[in-house]
Design a protein around this ligand. Structure first.
Ligand SMILES: CC(C)(COP(=O)(O)OP(=O)(O)OC[C@H]1O[C@@H](n2cnc3c(N)ncnc32)[C@H](O)[C@@H]1OP(=O)(O)O)[C@@H](O)C(=O)NCCC(=O)NCCS
Length: 206
């Protein structure tokens, strides 16, 4: 686990494992219906087992995910670690397209708008580069203002509405965005990456 300062708080990051089912389910229950809809395109009241299984099919470097915790909640023994989990971000390789992965991320509602989305996205960029992924992409609901606003900060972003305009395919080139990440964050992300031996370095691009 590593700890990073963020907006007067401390955020702990660790890699998700296939045993994190209860953690994921608890985090899901804390999301508003709107956040569930933005993430899963449906305001499902409970996470279906099929979705849970696929989110837990973690097998780096093909599929890896990071979980973020609020350190103050984690330190407070009156709270469970489940209550401390505040976000998750993942990368899943697209088998038919070498060098490309699909990304997804969620921040629990009470911690949104504090920069955690950007922090997790930067980590995905560094980890993607580390394992030789040059492009990360996602289909985002076109009405998802937060995700669109976040991604528009990154260079080499291409976005194309799908046929019915309900979703937009957003794709970000990894390498051009690495130099904008602060040296402190880069060092922390590198330390985290070293903790997962299956994230073998493929080809440094910067
Ligand atoms: C998208 C999401 C991960 C962003 O997380 P976050 O921690 O709030 O992100 P940040 O605070 O780093 O930045 C969010 C940006 O969106 C902006 N934003 C937030 N809500 C917005 C809205 N409704 N409309 C427009 N912009 C919005 C913020 O002002 C910020 O913009 P900035 O970078 O110019 O300051 C979070 O909102 C979330 O989990 N949403 C539900 C699930 C989801 O949509 N996942 C994405 C599917 S891949």
């Amino acid at each position: 686990m590593i700890v990073i300062p963020l907006d007067n708080r401390r955020v702990a990051l660790r890699w998700a494992t296939p045993r994190d089912g209860d953690l994921l389910a608890a985090g899901f229950q804390r999301l508003s219906a709107e956040s569930r809809r933005m993430r899963f395109f449906s305001a499902m009241p409970r996470m279906p087992d099929s979705v849970k299984r696929s989110l837990l099919s973690i097998e780096p470097p093909r599929h890896f995910a990071v979980v973020a915790f609020d350190m103050d909640t984690l330190d407070d023994t009156s709270h469970s670690p489940f209550e401390a989990a505040i976000g998750v971000a993942r990368l899943i390789a697209i088998p038919q397209r070498a060098g490309t992965s699909e990304f997804a991320m969620t921040v629990v509602d009470e911690f949104q708008h504090h920069g955690l989305g950007h922090l997790l996205f930067e980590l995905l960029l560094v980890a993607a580069d580390h394992v030789g992924i040059h492009t990360i992409e996602a289909d985002v609901l076109t009405e998802n203002g937060a995700m669109s606003a976040l991604l528009h900060h990154y260079g080499s972003l291409s976005s194309h509405p799908t046929r019915d305009y309900s979703t937009t395919h957003m794709s970000v080139a990894v390498a051009p965005n690495l130099s904008a990440i602060s040296a402190e964050r880069r060092a922390a992300f590198d330390e985290l990456i070293q903790l997962e031996r299956r994230l073998t370095r493929v080809a440094p691009s910067s």
